[in-house]
Structures are given as structure tokens and as C-alpha cells.
Design a protein around this ligand. Sequence first.
Ligand code: GLC
Length: 411
Amino acid sequence: MAVPIAEKRIADFENMGFGMFIHFGLYSQLGRGEWVQHIEKIPKEEYMKLADTFTAEKFDAKKIASVAKAAGAKYAVLTTRHHEGFSLYDTCGLNTYDSLHTPCGRDLVREFADACREVGVKPFFYHTTVDWYNPDCKNDFPKYLQYLRDSVEILCTNYGEIGGLWFDGNWWYKDRDWEEDKLYAVIRKHQPNAIIVNNTGTSALGRVGNPEIDSVTFEQGRPTPMDREGMPKYLAAEMCHTMNAHWGFGGADFNYKSLAELIETLCSCRKVGANYLLNIGPTGDGDVPFMQEALLYGIGGWINKTGNAVYEGRPCGVLGARKDFALRANGKLYFFVHDLAIKGNENVTVEGGGYGPRSFSGLQDKIARIRWTDNGEELSFTQNGTDITVDCTGYPYGTNLVVRIAEAELA
Ligand code: GLC
């Protein structure tokens, strides 16, 4: 059985490779994550008062878009409405629980979409499906689903061309009919090129859903290779990931991953052809926490030194030892080499796992020459049929890229 060919929008989505997620809502003001209303059982009337203090005065969409751009993200996904039911866009009279009816008074989704386009980052919209505000979600589901479709129709018609819709929440009512066909038809009608995602949550990583969905999700879980043989349609894959332990702002969450871990996680996604969607959680007034911004700049710095392989590279069956692997792009092979040491005086080279020969297997091409993407240094190698051993030199003193990429030209 064959692997289906990816439709253009899905191939384009895979080529974007790396995106930035933004969780922002009323909950951001409390600094205890986006589930605080539910977890702390805050009565709805009390929770809704957060709308009276929602100013978003530091929500600077241009800044957010430029941070995504600097990180090397090709798309950004904003929570236009999260489970709390509050919208960052003008609901055009569906209700008044939106950013327009708060001291903020602005349409943050419009600012976000415009700012993203200005810097060349594709705007995507996260939208909740479960809703803790609208009582119809619990009591009159068909009516609620129409409200959901009307909401999504606003997003699909008022904000220009969007990259995609990212739904989340169907796992709340596992046994109900969410009338997904009708919801996705709204998107296909107005935004034929939009990617449709519906998060399957942490307990169903990579599960294939409705036929209109374009990508499977791996929430907080390293993606596994997809077996696409015999699938009716080529599906992309995406892993969404938090930098600390919360999506929405966690004011006292200091459990940040290291820059090295984030770079390795991005690589481990690309290893299996999956996109990596890394989250930020702005503070209550919309500011991007310094730590989050810094980590994103770090990733961008790494991408700038390693070239396009991380976007364009595709799995090609070439594997190395431990974490090492290779991708193929534009008639070249890219070896992703982990844990190299810094060369030089032993007083300064204690870090890393050494340098020297690294072996890869499963090659289908003969290699002509190999160079590091970061400094152009040429590497010697010996190839024996489908096996190759590359003499991976260590980092020059002053650098350590965590994952170093060597570009191989084919003979
Ligand atoms: C989960 C959470 C949600 C978060 C999402 C992001 O489904 O319910 O709060 O937005 O994951 O992937």
C-alpha cells in the first residue's frame, strides 16, 4: 500500500516546521494557568469579574510577532478563545464576553493577525470547543454547537487569510456528537487553505480523527514516526510543548526547560517529520515574560547558524547512534549531530560527549562532500555502501550549538 501524497496546504504546513503558541486570556491575570477557574472551582460570576480588570495594556502584537520571527517560527497560534469562554476577538453580538467589552476595548485577534502578516509569520487561531461560560455547552448542546460555528465563522471571515484553526476540548465530552463535519465545513467554505487541527490531548497522542483534519497532535509528548501507508489522506504531525509546566501564565512556575532541551526537542520532532509548537504565556497585562522571550531568541540564534535543514529536511531512513539522525532536503543530506565537545585546552573542554567518528546507516546515495553548516568546515568521512562514518570535529572554543548540523552533497 502506498503513502498518500500530501495536499499542498499540508506540505506547506510541514515546511513551516516550527511555530509559537500563545496562551492569553482572563486567566493570565491570576498567574495560575488557564485551568484556574475549573481547578480552583471559582464561581462563574466571580471569575467573570476578571473582565473588569482586563486591560491588556502591554499586549503588543507587533512585539509578539517579532519574537516569533526572531525565534525562527514560521507560524504563531493565538488562543482566540480558551475554555473559560472569553474571546480576544469581537464576537459581533454573539455575546459581550469579549475583549471589546472590557477596559482593553481592542480586538486583540485583529492586532495579532495583522502583526503576524507584517513580519511574515502565518497567523493561526486556537479555539476552544468546550466552554465553561456558555451554559448551552452543558445544557443545550445543539444550540451551543451553532454558537461555536458562528464564532468560528467570524474568525474565518473577518481577519483575512489565516494559516489554520487549532481546536481543543472535544475530549471534555468524549461521547457527544460534536458535529465536526459541520464545523469544518465552515472553515473549508471561507478558508480553503487553512490547516485544521483538533487536539486529541495528552491521553491520545497522534490519534487520527475526522477526515477533514490535516494534522495529528502530540500534546507534550515526543512524536513517534507516523505510519502513513494506506491512509486515505496524508496527515502532518505536530507536538505542542510548554517551556515550563503551564500553558497560561504561571507566575510562580520556575520549572523552565533549558535552551538546550528546547533545541533538542525541536530536532527530535523534525527527526520524525513533525512540527514543533512551543508555547509562551504572557502575563495578565499581556507582556511576554523575559525568560520566555530569551529562550525564543536562543532558538532563533541556533536556527540562524544551522540553516534551512530544520524546515525543509524530511526523514529519509538514515539513522545514527543515540540521538543522531539525518534528514534529506533539496537533494542533500543533513546529519544532526548531538553532544559534541568543545575542542581545545582540556581546562576548558569538560562539557560534551567527545568528538570524532560518528556513524550513520541507511544511506541510499553516495556522498561527495560534507561540511558543517555553522562554519563551513569540511569533514572527512568514509562511506561503505549504505553506511557512513563522518569525522565530526568538536566545537571551536567559544561555541556549542547543542545539535550541530553537517550538510552533505551527493555525488
Ligand atoms: C490541553 C489543555 C489546554 C491547552 C492545550 C494546549 O488540552 O486543556 O489548556 O490549551 O492542552 O495544547
